[in-house]
Design a protein around this ligand. Sequence first.
Ligand code: A8S
Length: 161
Amino acid sequence: MISLHHSPRLSANQCGSVVTQTIQAPLPLVWSVVRQFDEPQAYKQFVKHCGLSSGDGGAGSVRELTVVSGLPAERSTERLDRLDDESHVMVISIIGGDHKLVNYRSTTTLHEGGDNTVVMESYVVDIPADSCEEDTCLFAETIIGCNLKSLAKLAEKMADG
Ligand code: A8S
């Protein structure tokens, strides 16, 4: 699963990595939250508003996000490239916005681990000309880390009833 989904080819001006989070909740429950492309604000705390500008939430759909204030961006346009309910794979590309994440693409996969669910999220992104690999990756990893921690909190609360 890791080599299949989380080993993207990087160009010279790109960077990427993978963030992993273990969640004490059943996989179907975690997937039910993750797969809602039109409702990222369910667990992504930086998202203020989300609306679909194309599609019905399935593959090919496009969402328009606004993010909370205090971040170096206000908007992002994102396309759902793949949503696999059997393998639990979700691939999203960022295709526009007023932020620095150019050619950003993420792959999220869920894996059963005993009573737990392991979430893996990898990404690739262009390194801006005025930045470096370290800063670009740290920025992306920090946001993904926050998102996955918040996903864990929500799913564990739902699992506890
Ligand atoms: C995600 C991952 C990322 C989102 C980033 C990296 C973003 O939503 C935020 C700040 C930015 O500057 C870029 O899975 C952007 O959501 C929180 C608006 C895209």
